[in-house]
Write a protein that binds this ligand. Structure first.
Ligand code: ATP
Length: 262
């Protein structure tokens, strides 16, 4: 049984069907990328996975346990093991970077301040932010805020990490560093799901790709750096690989995915 098994998810906003019969699976330790045109439903699907979005139909199991997707507040199975990084980062502006990182672990997870601070300093070091611990978020660049937001999510030691465009504010070198960190985390067993417009990052990181189009799954791709991929995914990635914000040059070529095995 896959670690995540999502089937037939439908989401509606008023009269608009934002997601229609969406499904995919992921194994533990895999990196899954949601790609697709603007407005195709990627962020909505990410929010749905962590119980922030009401659904009209569909089912999902995580680690073999059923998540009640029709009641956002009841997604306890997920809350216990998932963390999300939003596109707007959502940092607490009046708290130092260090406090942003240690707040949830000390208050919610009841870890000691000493332990949480030690871990926070380690993560900040890893993400090239060692000198920013006592700085307020407003005094950081967009890319620094993005890395702080990722570090804060990692402080929760999630089994499942959800990321909405995790490299959008980063320069190419930082894209490489964050990609490398995500790869290491996945190798250690963390399942990572990202929404991304950065085709180079998608190509180099993804074990699976879900191509959304107008709220439904246009194609599912499987495999990192393998010989072929689905024509629809290849076409989408090739058309979007010249996007200057795509990070294509930083992360590798969009070519080379294995045939889908869903
Ligand atoms: N709260 C909401 N109320 C009404 N419509 C919404 C809401 N959230 C999303 N939508 C609509 O759902 C569709 C999908 O939005 P979503 O943000 O999931 O797309 P996306 O693929 O992530 O887009 P982008 O790449 O531009 O971020 C859009 O048409 C959007 O307007």
């Amino acid at each position: 049984m896959p670690y995540i098994d999502v089937r037939d998810v439908c989401v509606r906003h008023g009269k608009t069907e934002t997601l229609r019969d969406v499904g995919f699976t992921a194994e533990r330790g895999e990196i899954v990328s949601f790609i697709g045109p603007s407005g195709s439903g990627k962020t909505t699907l990410l929010r749905t996975l962590i119980g922030l979005q009401s659904v009209e139909c569909g089912r999902m199991t995580v680690d073999g346990r059923m998540v009640n997707m029709s009641e956002p507040g009841s997604a306890k199975v997920l809350r216990a093991q998932a963390a999300i990084v939003f596109q707007q980062f959502g940092l607490f502006g009046h708290m130092s970077v260090l406090r942003n990182l240690t707040l949830a672990p000390t208050v919610v997870a009841k870890r000691t301040h000493r332990e949480a601070e030690h871990e926070a300093h380690e993560l900040l070091e890893k993400l090239g932010l060692a000198d920013k611990a006592n700085v307020l978020p407003d005094d950081l660049s967009g890319g620094q805020k993005q890395r702080v937001a990722i570090a804060r999510a990692l402080m929760l030691r999630p089994a499942l990490l959800l990321l909405d465009e995790p490299t959008s504010a980063l320069d190419p070198r930082k894209v490489q560093e964050v990609s490398s960190l995500l790869r290491d985390l996945a190798r250690d067993g963390m399942t990572i799901i990202q929404v991304s417009h950065a085709m180079g990052v998608v190509a180099s990181l993804s074990d699976r790709i879900v191509l959304l189009e107008a709220g439904h799954v246009r194609a599912l791709g499987h495999g990192r750096g393998q010989a072929s991929q689905t024509p629809d995914i290849a076409a989408f990635m090739n058309t979007h690989s010249d996007d200057p914000e795509s990070g294509a040059s930083a992360g590798g070529s969009p070519q080379g995915f294995r045939e889908p095995q869903f």
